[in-house]
Ligand binder design. Structure first.
Ligand SMILES: [Zn+2]
Length: 76
């Protein structure tokens, strides 16, 4: 088990950021890079990033809200 370097600002769970643990890449690199969410930056500046569970949940929420606001076109 690697060192726990971060605390999730959303749920408070301790987790490891690959970058802070000294790895060349973080597990979060496997998530969609589109997670440049306005609002997330406010938290990230202080806390770094979310835990794997919350990051996945937030991406789902973002994609769901985007789908509602802008339904995908079948003939694009
Ligand atoms: Zn979390």
């Amino acid at each position: 088990m690697t060192e726990l370097t971060n605390t999730c600002p959303r749920c408070g769970a301790a987790f490891t950021c690959g970058m802070q643990a000294g790895a060349s890449a973080c597990w979060c690199a496997a998530f969609p890079a589109a997670f440049a969410v306005p609002g997330a930056n406010e938290v990230a500046a202080e806390a770094g990033c979310y835990c794997p569970r919350c990051l996945a949940a937030l991406i789902e929420q973002k994609q769901a809200s985007r789908a509602r606001a802008d339904p995908p076109s079948a003939s694009d």
